[in-house]
Structure formats: C-alpha cells, structure tokens
Design a binder for this molecule. Structure first.
Ligand SMILES: Cc1cc2nc3c(=O)[nH]c(=O)nc-3n(C[C@H](O)[C@H](O)[C@H](O)COP(=O)(O)O)c2cc1C
Length: 555
C-alpha cells in the first residue's frame, strides 16, 4: 500500500487537490462515487469482456454516465479462471473519470496539464517497491500457463484481433545517449508466455520509444524495455500525452500529482518504473530482428493489418501481491483511448495558438471525437470580431502543430459550440462562402499510417466559418422567456430536458433600437402601438421585400 499521506490528502472527489497515487485506491474512489460496475459473474476475456464494455460507447449512454468496469471472475476461451481481476474504463471512460484520476474538476484538466509540464517534480527512488512483491523470472516465465499466460489479457476486438493485447501500457525505454527515459502507451501482443510483439509508431513525429530503438539498432545493441500495466492515473496519463522528446514523463506525472512519484529499479534490466505499479513486464527488444504483429483494431476505427514490429523477450514479470490487471477500451471512437487523448491534447493546441503564436482571440480548440478519432478534424473557436487575418493564422497554426493532426480545420465564432457538429454545420451553411473561405493546401502526411494505402501524401482543408459581418438575431425566444418557460415545463412534470445550445435567441450585431422597441412592446401586449407607427410609414414607391433600411434611417 502507498504511504499514508496519499490517503489523508485525498478527501474531495471533485474539488480535491491531490490525486491518488495508487490505482486500487482510485478504483475505490470510483466505486464510492457510483462510477464502477463490479461484475462478479464469469466473463470470458477472449469473447465477452471488451464487447460488454463497448456497449457503453455504442449504446446511446450519455458520456457522463459511463462507468468503469471491474471483472472479478475472469475466465478464458479454454475455461481457465484467472486470479487477477480486470479493470476497464477506470482511467478515462469519461472526462469525469479522468478528472477523478487527476484529483481535479473537469474544467481544470487543461490548466493542470500546462502547469505540470512547466513544473515537473523529480521522482524519488525507493527500495522494495510494491510492484515487486511478486517476482517471476527464469523457467517460471515459460511453459503452459506460465509467464504472460498468467495475466488475464483481454482480446479487444474479438473476430478480428490476432491475440490478446496489452493496451493500458506504459512502455519505458531509455535513450542510450543521454540516459533519459521515455514512457509511451504502445500496444503489445501476446506471442508466447515470454514474448510480446510491441508496436511503436515509426512515422515522422512517431513514438519516443521508436526513436530509442533506432539508436540501439545503430549501436547494434538490444533495447531494454519495461511495460507497466496499471498504475496511478496521473502516471498513466503521461503515456498517451504528447510531451517534448527528452522530457521525463515520471517528472511530469509528479507535476500532475503535486508530489514526487516513487520509482524503483527493475529487477533484470537497467530501467526505472513507477514503484506502486500493479504489474511490470521487463524484457529486451532485439533490434536486429522484427516479427509480424497484428491484425488489431486501431483507434482510427479500422483494423491495423499485419506489419513487422518489435519482438520483446520477457526477462521478468513483477507485480503487487494482489494486483488488478488494467485494460483500456480503444478502437472506434469515442472510446477510453479517445477521451484520454482529447482532454490531454486540446490544451496543448490552445496554448500553442494563444501563447506561442499570440493569437489572443482564440477561445477553444476542440478535436472531433466520434468515429474520426480526434486527429483529422479540428475546430478552432474565436472571439467575436476577430480579424480575418488572425482567423487564418489560427487555422494554419492548428493544422501545422502536429503532422498527424488537422487534416480539416474549421474556424467558428464564439457563439458556436464546437462540440456540436450540428452547430458547426449551421455555421458552415450560413457563415462561410466556400469560394473565399475554404483553402486547400498540399503535402500533408496521411492520418492513418502507412499500412492503410499507397497514397503518399494528403492535403489540408482550412475553412473560415466564423461570423464575418453583423447578422440578424438568432430566431429563438430570448433567454428570459426560455428560462421562464422551462420552470413551467418542470412544474408540468414533462420529460427531463437536456438543453442543447442554441436554446435561446441572441443578437449577432444587426439589430436596431426601433426593432428592440417593437419586440418589447409586443411582449408587453402593446402591439397596436407598433401598428400605429408603421401606418405612418406607409408608402407607394417601393416593391415588396424592399428592406426598410434602404429607404429610411432607423435608430
Ligand atoms: C490506448 C492507446 C493505445 C496506443 N497505442 C499505440 C501504439 O501501439 N503505438 C504507438 O506508437 N502509439 C500508440 N498510442 C499513442 C501514443 O501513446 C501517443 O502517441 C504518445 O504520445 C506516445 O508517447 P511518446 O511520444 O513518448 O512516444 C496509443 C495511445 C493510446 C491511448
């Protein structure tokens, strides 16, 4: 168990300042808040476990009501029972669950990331870590049911995946030149009781671990690697986050935690891992050879087809005395994998535009999540009256920050909710003129990875759908009338409302005192006074539909 101070500091579920540094305490927090479903009946990890949790993402359940699952009676396709429970969705089934892991309210996730990246806290080394209460090495790693076969590793996409895969990983490697460790979340396929197939993105801007692999290979040396499965949420969250190369994720995790993370030396290799992790798999990657890996359902929504990737020979498996095995639900979005990335990446885009590029009028950057998997489609929201030149700098900045992000970038104004594609289409329909507001730039790298087609490069589409001139008000009753009516709605016992913006009218710059007076009189029952005024303005020298402002000056 972690030191007592962790427990004392974690009091408030949402307003808390210190996150849990032990995964099982985090699970207990989720359970206490009704955010964990405990499944005690037998569940087949190869065919039932991930599909059951998948229903939560494809079954019409609102994001905020998604929960973590803890399976306590896990069996496999051969009827074998596992003694470790399996947690899925416990890290990021929803931003709410992620926020509990951060020990912060949802609204503070972005700012917490930026603070932690700017103020990392060096980890401390401990002896006799809890993650090494049980150590399995040598012959115990081999033979039927031994080694990796002891772990209840689920199949993520039954029917397509070629193996059970580790998904909630932190793959720790060390730069052989400067000694700095990297931790990335990379998938790993079970190949034998003592062998995994690890896949690290090899494209430009690819995985930190891949850059290390290139260096070891150039030196003709094997690469030590430790795969952490299950740890404090703040430690895990640094895995999928895009941190600068050579920044130590454990120190950034310390920044998130507001305290140093405890780390420990591995048993068989020269790497350091989070001391309070649930399970650690130690091993080496032979950099002289590669092995076919996949098919495996990917986060871009398609199945990654077989490709040559890195075989890892396992040298030790260490774990807590009673560990919980952690898996993440990924593949078609929304998923746990997309939530974990969305809340972490969006603040990086916002600071890039606002602070690095000094585009002060940027309000939000939103990555489109359902089905598209965040990276291809971005929305940038601007304050009203932002000059066009600034809108275009923002569009270009968002499209170029990361090679894999921003194939389509759409700028909208402050009153448009970028989380609502309906609202974005509304903006495209009425606030953009494609011939002048859409630009296509060549030479973008494909978003899906090399194995999905022969196309060498794609292009970027930038669209300015912001409000460019004064527009007439939005034609819904103004706020006070909608709020008043809502109270009546509730007293009538009608179905519970879940308001979707826009739900009230507001002005967009084109409105006069005359029309405001008319509207106020109308709601006060004085419509006849308006008729008296317009009677006095009757004329015979115009055709129907002639705008009054062409003829008269209105105040
Ligand atoms: C569930 C999940 C699975 C992922 N799988 C992989 C993977 O197999 N290979 C990979 O290179 N990146 C994968 N990623 C993305 C990386 O974790 C992400 O790009 C991260 O920033 C990599 O860290 P690094 O820059 O230190 O390499 C995955 C992310 C998540 C959330």
């Amino acid at each position: 168990m972690p030191d007592e101070s962790n427990q004392k500091h974690h009091a408030q579920p949402h307003g808390g300042t210190r996150p849990r540094l032990d995964f099982q305490e985090h699970l207990a927090d989720l359970e206490a808040q009704g955010l964990l479903v405990r499944v005690d009946r037998p569940i087949n990890k190869d065919t039932e476990l991930q599909p059951l949790v998948r229903w939560q993402f494809v079954g019409g359940i609102p994001e905020d009501e998604r929960r973590a699952f803890l399976f306590t009676h896990v069996v496999d396709a051969k009827g074998r029972r596992y003694d470790m429970p399996v947690a899925v969705g416990a890290l990021a089934a929803s931003p709410r669950i992620y926020a509990i892991g951060m020990g912060k309210p949802v609204e503070e996730i972005g700012a917490t990331w930026l603070r932690a990246i700017a103020n990392p806290i060096t980890p401390v080394t401990v002896d006799s870590p809890t993650c090494q209460q049980v150590v399995i090495t040598g012959e115990a790693l081999r033979g039927p049911g031994g080694g990796l076969a002891r772990l209840p590793v689920p199949i993520s996409t039954p029917g397509f995946d070629s193996a059970p895969y580790l998904t909630a990983t932190l793959c720790v490697t060390r730069d052989p030149e400067n000694g700095i460790q990297n931790m990335g979340t990379y998938r790993a396929a079970l190949k034998a009781t003592d062998r995994l197939g690890v896949r690290m993105v090899a494209r430009v801007g690819g995985a930190g671990g891949y850059l290390h692999w290139l260096k070891y290979r150039a030196r003709k040396e094997p690469m030590p690697i430790a795969i952490v499965v299950g740890c404090a949420p703040v430690v895990f969250f640094t895995g999928p986050q895009k941190l600068a190369i050579d920044s130590d994720e454990l120190a950034v995790a310390g920044g998130l935690a507001g305290a140093p993370i405890r780390k420990a030396k591995c048993v068989t290799i020269d790497l350091e891992v989070p001391a309070d992790a649930e399970i650690v798999i130690e091993g080496v990657i032979d950099t002289a050879t590669l092995e076919p890996e996949a098919p495996f359902g990917e986060s871009n929504g398609y199945v990654a087809l077989e490709a040559f990737n890195m075989p890892m020979r396992v040298t030790a498996i260490t774990h807590k005395r009673s560990p919980v095995f952690t898996a993440i639900i990924s593949q078609v979005t929304p998923s746990e994998s997309s939530v974990v990335k969305k809340v972490a990446y969006e603040p990086l885009f916002l600071t890039h535009l606002r602070d690095n590029l000094s585009i002060r009028s940027v309000k939000r950057v939103v990555m489109h999540e359902p089905l598209t998997n965040l990276r291809p489609v971005l929305f940038v929201q601007f304050a009203r009256d932002t000059p066009r030149t600034e809108v275009w700098r923002g569009l270009q900045g968002a499209a170029t920050l990361r090679p894999e992000c921003g194939k389509i970038v759409i700028a909208v104004s402050e009153d448009i909710n970028p989380e609502s594609t309906d609202a974005v289409f509304w903006s495209l329909a009425y606030r953009s003129n494609p011939i002048e507001d859409v630009h296509i730039a060549p030479y973008r790298r494909g978003v899906q990875g090399s194995q999905y087609g022969s196309q060498q490069s794609e292009s970027t589409m930038l669209i300015d759908a912001t409000q460019k001139r004064a527009m007439a008000p939005l034609a819904l009753p103004t706020r006070e009338y909608m709020e008043g009516a809502r109270l009546i709605w509730e007293t009538l016992g009608l179905p519970t409302l879940s308001a979707k913006a826009p739900w009230h009218g507001y002005t967009l710059g084109d409105w006069t005192n005359t029309w405001e007076r008319f509207a106020q009189r109308a709601t006060a029952g004085d419509w006849e006074q308006n008729g008296i005024e317009t009677l006095a303005r009757q004329r015979g020298d115009v055709m129907p539909e002639t705008p009054v402002r062409k003829i008269e000056t209105l105040d």
